[in-house]
Ligand binder design. Structure first.
Ligand code: FAD
Length: 379
């Protein structure tokens, strides 16, 4: 079914992004998988393309667009690649909104120009070795010392954490479980801050997923985002967009997997006939195409709700739950039609299968999504 979300300008922008990915990203994916991360220069290239600055106000070098639709275009095109590159989408869809919403004038002048140009990239550190789903149990502390905070603790599984120049870190500034949390921006190079440990993952091989260590890091109070003690509230406000963005990527990845599978079953033969000619193949792909249409309708509806400023936590949770469960199922069914080749990493479907697994885990696990939906039902 045709989508009616986008204007001709979005379509043109999509062509530019698609062309860039084909020329400047796809040819390097194998090297970056080997390196376990993309080079920082890639972010500058995205900056030159105007991607990083889409939502950043014009006075700081951005385009000042107040709409999520351009992010959707970038997210969908990135998710259609055979290798999921997590750092950029996370920077654009998840971390930048905190800066845009909470940075004061001095912080805007200090950080926005480099964020717009791609010279600076960000990550977000919520999860700790001891807690993930239960955000309010965070133990990394930021203790006030004059005009600085002294930060101690660690974060784990942080997407883009090695490349990031700015880390928005959820820290404990008080004892109240929720009211004691704040957002502090820790910068690359601050003494005692180590973000060099790269974690070895099942999938997403070209994305740097890092551990962050804070050993008495002195962070200026001027790096506090928003007000002290309101961190949990800010996180709750921004998580719906993060979850919608995961849903957007999940459905786009499904569409890409279906297209790749259709091409393969047309080429491969067994028992003297193309795989595509077997009834099982037709039924499997008819099911997959139908399910993707349902996922697409739900995600597109969520985008409209977000644009209207009324996407609720429960809506976003339903979308993330449905779209990422769908992604797991679609990758599995598509991979099966590739036979043994589907299990080989030289075939994109194998990577897409492995990369898909995490979408049911990060951004809040799908069990936590069910908890949120159940709460909205009064349970
Ligand atoms: C590749 C990758 C990238 C990530 N990127 C980031 C990032 O950039 N920034 C960041 O802060 N974090 C990131 N994460 C962390 C991610 O958000 C957490 O892993 C996730 O929230 C789950 O937390 P946990 O791993 O501590 O699991 P746990 O919270 O220990 O959960 C373990 C299991 O228990 C279940 N469970 C927990 N509580 C409940 C409950 N109340 N009811 C039912 N079941 C429950 C969970 O669903 C899960 O199945 C990333 C993780 C991965 C793997």
């Amino acid at each position: 079914m045709e989508r009616d979300l986008f204007t001709a300008e979005h379509d043109e922008f999509r062509e530019v992004v698609r062309d860039f990915l084909a020329k400047e990203v796809e040819p390097h994916l194998l090297d970056w998988e080997e390196a376990g991360m993309v080079p920082k220069s890639l972010y500058r290239q995205f900056g030159d393309l105007g991607v990083n600055g889409i939502c950043i106000p014009e006075e700081y070098g951005g385009a000042g667009v107040e709409s999520f639709l351009y992010n959707v275009v970038v997210g969908e095109e990135m998710a259609s690649l055979p290798v999921h590159l997590g750092g950029l989408s996370l920077h654009l869809d998840v971390v930048l909104p905190y800066f845009l919403e909470l940075a004061n004038e001095e912080q805007r002048a200090r950080w926005f120009p480099a964020l717009a140009s791609g010279d600076s990239i960000s990550c977000i550190g919520m999860t700790e070795p001891g807690t993930g789903s239960d955000l309010a149990a965070i133990r990394t502390t930021a203790t006030r010392d004059g005009d600085h905070y002294i930060v101690n603790g660690s974060k784990t599984f942080i997407t883009g954490g090695i490349n990031a120049d700015l880390a928005v870190v959820v820290v404990r500034t008080g004892t109240d479980r929720r009211g004691g949390l704040s957002l502090l921006v820790v910068e690359d190079g601050m003494p005692g801050y180590d973000h060099s440990r790269k974690l070895d993952k099942l999938g997403m091989w070209a994305t740097d997923t890092a551990e962050l260590f804070f050993d008495s890091v002195r962070v200026p109070v001027a790096n506090l985002l928003g007000e002290e003690g309101r961190g949990f509230e800010y996180l709750t406000r921004n998580l719906p967009q993060e979850r919608l963005s995961i849903g957007v990527g999940a459905v786009a990845a499904c569409e890409s997997a279906l297209a790749r599978t259709l091409a393969y079953v047309g080429e491969r033969s067994a028992f003297g006939s193309p795989i595509a000619s077997f009834q099982n193949t037709k039924f499997e792909l008819a099911d997959v195409a139908t399910d993707i249409e349902a996922g697409r309708a739900m995600v597109d509806r969520g985008i409209v709700e977000l644009e209207r400023g009324r996407l609720t936590a429960a809506d976003a949770a339903k979308i993330k739950l449905f779209a990422t469960d769908l992604q797991g199922e679609v990758m599995d069914r598509c991979l099966q039609l590739f036979g043994g080749y589907g299990y080989m990493r030289e075939y994109p479907i194998a990577k897409m299968y492995a990369d898909a697994r995490v979408s049911r885990i990060y951004g809040g696990t799908n069990e936590i999504m069910k908890v949120i939906v159940a709460q909205s039902l009064g349970l």
